[in-house]
Structures are given as C-alpha cells and as structure tokens.
Design a protein around this ligand. Structure first.
Ligand code: GLA
Length: 416
C-alpha cells in the first residue's frame, strides 16, 4: 500500500467533518436545496422521450399526391372518402384520407393558417367532419420549412399555432415534409412539431417525410410514427427520374432498414402507385406484396372512384393485408438472393411466416425456399396457403418452390 492510499481514510474523515461544520454554518447547501438545484438542469433530469402510442400497425389510407398532385379540392376529397367506403377498402382496414400539398391558402391576421378557399370553400373543419362522418380519419400535409415543396406556406416558426389549428379542425394524421429547410437539423425540427402536436392533446399520427436524408430511423421512433426512407416513388418498376425512384430502387434502400421498424414506428418507402397506370398488374401485385411484407404503410395513391377489377383485387387482398398488419410488427426482409431470384420472409405472430418469392427478371423462373432460411427445423411440416390464389396448397416439409412470372411474386403463408 503506498502512502497516498494509506492516507485516504484520514482525508475522507477530514472532508466529512468539514462538510458537517460547513452545513451547520449554512456555508454549503443542504440536501433539499441540492435537489432543487438539480431540478433546474433539465438536460440531466428529463425523463426519456416516449413514443406517442399511435399506429401500432402500419397506417392504411389514401393520399392525394401520387395521382392528383396539386389538383385537389373538397369535392375530390369527399369523392375519395365515399369511394373508400363503397369499394370495401374501409372494411379491409384503410382508414386515413390524407390531403397532401397545395391545400393551403394564407395565414389570417393572427397567423392561423387557412385553406385555399377556392378549393375548399366550406373550410377544413367541414372537410374533416365529412371524412369523420364516413367512419374514416383525416390527414393533412405541411412542411418543416417556410414553404412546402409546392410553394405553399410551411410551418417553420408557426409549429404550435399550426398544430393547434389542425387539432381544432379534427386532424388525425400529419405528413410533415422537408422542402426549404436549408441547414435545419431534422431531429430538432421534427421534435419541435412532435411536441406541438402532443401539446394539443389530440391523437395525431405523425408522418416524417425527410426522405431519409438525416437517417430518421436512428432517432424517429420517439418523434413520429413513420418516416420516409427514400426520395419520391414514381409509377415505374425500376429507374430514376430526378428525385424519384422506381419500385425496385426503393425496395433496395428500404430493405436493410428492417431492424428499425416495429409497432408504432415504421419505415415508409412512400405511397402506393397501384392503379395509376405505369406498371402491369403483375408489377403492381409485386409492389403491393413487397410493401405488405416490409410492414410499410399502405397508403393508396390512385383514384379510388375509378378502379378497375385488377386494381381492386390488389388493394383489397385481405390475406396480403393481414401479413402487413400482423400484430408482431416485424418488417420482413430478403433472406436470399441469387441474381434475379429473391426470397423474402416475415415472421408472424403464432409462429407462421409470410414468404415472398420475387422474380426481378424478364423470364419466368422457379424459386425455392429452404426452411433453414426461415429458422424452421428441416423436418418441420407446415401448412401452405397461397395468398394471391387464395387457396390452401399441400403441406410441405423442408422446402417450398414455385414458378414465378417475370417481375412477379408468389406469396405464401406457412403455418407449422
Ligand atoms: C415531396 C414529398 C411528396 C409530396 C410532395 C408534395 O416531394 O416527398 O411525397 O408530398 O413533396 O409537394
């Protein structure tokens, strides 16, 4: 033992006596005062931020942007709400009617945002009331910059006032974009709006739309309920067009982010293009199935009042939707890739697996999945149900294989 160590007990004793004397003399603060002083330092005492408890399953709904861009008005929104009910979409789980960019007018004298009264002459509260009267929920769009991507007023500097206005109107969902934000820090900007939404006391699902620029999957879980992981989708199987990406390009960016998704916090690979005309029905089936297995929000982006039978069969496929909405909330992922042949799997509650065989090539191919890829013992027997043919197949042991059309998928549910 060296001299320094040996002298420590003595030093402690001396220090304790000094504190005792000083406390009695009122020179150092007592315990109560110490706690009060610590309370004044929120950085140390603040409880961990919690999730908002909403969107425990991937949100399902419709958004105006992909089909209608800025060509929106209240008659269109009524029509889409009516069609969501009449088509049966509401019955299979679609819920939100979301108005995207270009609904805004100007701010009133007190700074409260107003809708464009040419397009929404009855006001936004009336539109929300109409949507609610159909048993649906209502969503709006804004932006963390001073202007939206479409050049309308953004929420920067008006976060609490806008949140209050949305709550007064009856908004249930806010998509919050990232145009014109300059050098803003995304986590701070989105947290500010998240706090403003919480302060209203209304349940408002918060959709972060900053395109994955500042890795929202690393911090978004306690800020919002879904975050875009990519640039905008466009209605093509594959390719790039300025800021937009085809379905395959988006899939490849969104897939590796699977560990970050879960109940209440989802990766958002953007809204659906099903029914918009740029892809074949086979490609749309693949697009929808991939979104379903990736536990992505299922936000239709087509004209719901003019759907052909093929579009309806895709958007209304209850069995594929059930994969997406499975309560376990795990994002499915690619478990094998051999050129254009891919196998995707999503664990389901109850021990089942959704399995998707994807053929990215332009010729039909046979694709097989071995149980080892699914964390199943080789000898396990599983029931097999084809979720597009809507039929039970013979039970399998060890593996399953199927012929998959060009740009197509086969989706089965395995149940041991
Ligand atoms: C951005 C978003 C789109 C859409 C448009 C509206 O591009 O990513 O989803 O909201 O803005 O201008």
């Amino acid at each position: 033992m060296d001299e320094w160590m040996a002298s420590r007990p003595v030093q402690h004793l001396v220090a304790a006596m000094l504190v005792l004397v000083a406390t009695c003399l009122g020179v150092v603060p007592g315990q109560a005062e110490e706690t009060a002083a610590a309370d004044a330092q929120p950085a140390q005492m603040e409880p961990a931020r919690t999730m908002n408890g909403l969107a425990l399953k991937p949100p399902m709904g419709w958004n105006s942007w992909n089909k209608f861009n800025c060509n929106i008005n209240e008659a269109l929104v009524h029509k889409m709400a009516d069609a969501m009910v009449a088509s049966g979409m509401k019955d299979v789980g679609y819920q939100y009617i979301v108005i995207d960019d270009c609904w805004h007018g100007t701010r009133d004298a007190d700074g409260f945002i107003q809708p464009d009264l040419q397009r929404f002459p009855s006001g936004m509260k009336a539109v929300a009331d109409y949507v609610h009267s159909k048993g649906l929920k209502f969503g709006l769009y804004s932006d963390a910059g001073r202007k939206t991507c479409g050049g309308r007023p953004g929420s920067q500097g008006y976060e609490y006032q806008d949140a209050l206005q949305y709550a007064r109107w009856g908004v249930d969902y806010l998509k919050y974009d990232w145009c014109n934000t300059g050098t803003r820090n995304a986590q701070e900007a989105y947290t500010l709006m998240a706090d403003a939404l919480r302060a209203t006391g209304r349940d408002i699902v918060f959709s972060l739309c900053e395109w994955g620029n500042q890795q929202p999957w690393l911090w978004g879980k306690t800020v919002g309920n879904l975050w875009r992981t990519t640039g905008d989708i466009y209605d093509k199987w594959e390719g790039k067009r300025t800021y937009s990406l085809g379905v395959m390009n988006i899939v490849d960016i969104n897939e590796p982010l699977w560990p970050y998704a879960g109940p209440g916090h989802w990766n958002d690979p953007d809204m659906l293009e099903v029914g918009n005309g740029g892809m074949t029905d086979t490609e749309y089936r693949s697009h929808f199935s991939l979104w379903a297995i990736m536990a992505a929000p299922l936000i239709a982006g087509n004209d719901l009042s003019a759907m052909d039978e093929a579009t309806k069969r895709i958007l209304l496929n209850r069995e594929v939707i059930a994969i997406n909405q499975d309560p376990l909330g795990v994002q499915g992922r690619r478990v094998s890739k051999d050129g254009d042949k891919e196998v995707w799997a999503k664990p389901l509650s109850g021990g089942g697996r959704a399995v998707l065989l994807l053929n990215r090539g332009s010729q039909p191919v046979r694709i097989a999945v071995d149980w080892a890829l699914l964390d199943y013992p080789a000898g396990l027997q599983a029931q097999v149900r084809d979720l597009w043919q809507h039929e039970a197949l013979a039970p399998r042991r060890g593996s399953y294989a199927a012929e998959v059309p060009a740009h197509g998928v086969v989706v089965v549910k395995l149940q041991p």
